[in-house]
Design a binder for this molecule. Structure first.
Ligand code: 5GP
Length: 121
């Protein structure tokens, strides 16, 4: 799927839509999710036109991919959730119900987060 820069996170990156920023560096921007599913629910997005991890891993240089994941870890430090623990999750594609077609990592924390996935048999 081609990247479409009219998606909501591209607009946030361009400053056209506001966000509650948590952390920013050359590789990533982290901000609070507008519909939080946990006391802490932050989105970390790469500063590049990537639809998914698949897209980013194929197109971005390894230093960028590494920089992005270091930014995810730094976001957890800024949020002060490393000791208590946190969960990261990325929805990629149809089966995962990805809504926004700009790659993003969800970071959840602030309460016991329960099992990894709801069992659906
Ligand atoms: P996905 O299902 O694509 O993994 O998750 C997209 C996430 O983006 C959802 O958790 C949704 O609440 C969040 N979101 C959608 N629009 C906005 C927005 O305009 N601002 C912020 N901060 N989050 C958004």
């Amino acid at each position: 799927m081609a990247y479409d820069d009219s998606n909501i996170f591209a607009k946030i990156l361009r400053g056209e839509i506001p966000c509650k920023k948590v952390y920013e560096d050359d590789f990533a921007l982290a901000f609070h999710d507008i519909r939080p599913l946990a006391p802490v629910h932050v989105l970390v997005i790469p500063k590049g036109p990537y639809v998914s991890l698949e897209d980013m891993s194929m197109k971005a240089p390894p230093a960028f991919v590494g920089g992005f994941f270091k930014a995810v870890a730094e976001t957890a430090r800024v949020l002060n959730v490393v000791e208590s623990g946190y969960r990261i999750l990325a929805n990629i594609g149809t089966d995962a119900h990805q809504e926004v077609m700009h790659f993003h990592v969800h970071l959840f924390a602030g309460r016991p987060l329960g099992g990894m996935l709801k069992r659906v048999d």
